[in-house]
Ligand binder design. Sequence first.
Ligand code: NAD
Length: 390
Amino acid sequence: MKRKLRMGMVGGGNDAFIGAVHRIAAFMDGKIELVCGAFSIDPQISKQSGEDLFVAPERVYLNYEEMIEKESLLPEGERMDFVTIVTPNFLHFAPAKLALEKGFDVVVEKPMTVSVEEAKELQETVERTGRTLCLTHTYSGYPMVKQAKAMVKEGHFGKIRKIVVEYPQGWLSRLTEREGNAGAAWRADPKRSGKSLVMGDIGTHVAHLAEYVSGLKIEELCADLTTFVEGRLLDDDGSVLLRFQNGAKGVLMASQISAGEENAVRIRIYGEKGGLEWANEDPNNLIIKMLDQPRQLYRTGNAYAAPYTLSSFATHNTRVPAGHPEGLLESFANIYRNFAATVTAKREGRTPTAEEQDFPTVYDGVRGMAFIDTVVKNNEGTEKWTKFVL
Ligand code: NAD
């Protein structure tokens, strides 16, 4: 395929937060172009957004149904290849399902849906249609996160015993949803957000990070959810104890009332021989702590000599030489680039490389929804541990 992949967008208009980040990420490597969209719930904003993004006016649609239907009728050489869905949580499932059924690949924001049932239906649709669905768990795109995963996988730390993940934020320390903040308003509304605010919005990110880096699956958990801000309809803070499949134990903290915090995502993993630490606020550093050794600092983009050579997964996802910091936009772009490479390879009848296939998929989306359900069920019930049921 000697051309760019053609992208359509649902949401992400001038009234949105994360849509613009998706476009920067999608365009970063020159493999993707935007050709159409239903950019907003407000048709005027959608029209204006399309104009600002130089999208042909006839391909700025009134709603996602019209977009997917009309694009599917265009000739092969013109129609979009995939849809990016960046709407509030309750509006992920329907456009994703319709797009897959009509033969389009999908990039969708997390949490993938608002229920396990919807998530499983998407999984069935992906399997039946053979299409590709990419879920944007942003933090898994960083080179030093991939290095961490590779080192755990090669047994550098021995058997893993302890996994600690944190995501404290402070932006919901007040009743922000009543202060005219549209993003906070839908997030705090159970009908548009899902069963849990804090776990849907940020808890699933770190649950995914814990499983992605450790390579281990959560088997059961014990959760404590709280609504600290008076008048709020959903939880804004959560602490979860985790049990993983090999006997490893973990702790997950997700909180939106950690006043003064920004996006302080952090993961620490400890095995029999040593451990690692990575933090979103310092993403080009990976700290390695081995028993009886001084600490080591791995940095993005270095051509270290053996045995310190960075993994192919880290270097594949790095764009500039060491010392030129990369960040959230590049991490996001890695997810898009790997998705685009996989879609292209499949269309050309090739098997994508392991590095190209390294992006979150529908299966991570199903686990994310099961995580939210299990946390809510445990928090509401009386049992100490609740099995993670898929
Ligand atoms: P937002 O409220 O800022 O924007 C939502 C957009 O969807 C707006 O443009 C709105 O007009 C549009 N929209 C709503 N209904 C629509 C419809 N029926 N048709 C077309 N457009 C419609 O929300 P946001 O902060 O950009 O979040 C969007 C999604 O992205 C959420 O699921 C959120 O969880 C996720 N998100 C993920 C990350 C990440 O790090 N991966 C970060 C932020 C948000």
